[in-house]
Design a protein around this ligand. Structure first.
Ligand SMILES: C[S@@+](CC[C@H](N)C(=O)[O-])C[C@H]1O[C@@H](n2cnc3c(N)ncnc32)[C@H](O)[C@@H]1O
Length: 196
């Protein structure tokens, strides 16, 4: 589901980029270090990449050989392309990823699943495009919070207002083993490291 005008503005500003770099991305880097997972020279997917700031961090800090990134909104992909990064950006849908199976060593997803009515299908697709033993780095927002902000111009699909137990169960159903989970400052936001 596309972002409302207000969420588009909230997501694409310097404050959000600061939080993404110093909290969200840092937690993922901690996870990788903790499990001795080196993504240098690997093939990475940034699914639901938004305006491409996460892709920029991945390229600069993890040095993959190849980075592919997509988002549902053409407006976001236009902004991402303007960054002139060494990445393949395209408009795409996480419930129907137009890429072959077992392609990626790692997939990053920053706060996207709660925008997708059929989020379970999206998880199955992420599992499909990951290689066996590939890693999923997923960040999400608790459904009750998503529901609460619905009154402030942030529109999200009701089907995707999952709680943490529902998300963890579905990760396992999609073939992932959860290696680590950590709240991002407060319980409303959580990061997961999963192994296929
Ligand atoms: C909250 S924003 C996060 C964007 C980016 N990951 C970030 O952290 O800045 C959610 C993003 O998910 C995208 N999105 C929503 N549904 C999607 C889908 N089915 N497939 C791919 N991207 C989707 C939206 O267009 C939006 O850019």
């Amino acid at each position: 589901m596309k972002l409302s005008r207000i969420e588009f503005l909230v997501m694409n500003n310097p404050g959000r980029r600061w939080v993404q770099k110093h909290f969200e991305f840092r937690i993922f880097k901690d996870f990788l270090k903790q499990y001795n997972l080196d993504l240098t020279g690997k093939t990475i997917l940034d699914a639901g990449c938004g305006s491409g700031y996460s892709s920029e961090l991945i390229l600069k800090e993890l040095k993959p050989a190849k980075l592919v990134a997509f988002d549902l909104m053409p407006e976001q992909i236009n902004l991402a392309k303007k960054r002139n990064l060494n990445a393949d950006f395209f408009v795409g849908d996480m419930t129907k990823i137009e890429l072959p199976a077992s392609t990626f060593d790692a997939v990053f997803v920053f706060g996207v699943l709660h925008h997708i009515p059929d989020w379970k299908k999206a998880l199955a697709e992420l599992s499909r495009v990951l290689k066996p033993e590939g890693v999923l780095l997923l960040e999400e927002v608790k459904g009750s919070f998503v529901e609460a902000v619905g009154h402030c111009g942030f529109k999200h699909p009701e089907e995707a207002m999952f709680n943490w137990t529902e998300l963890e169960n579905e990760l396992q159903s999609a073939g992932f083993k959860i290696l680590e989970k950590r709240k991002i400052v407060i319980e409303i936001f959580k990061s997961f490291l999963c192994l296929k």
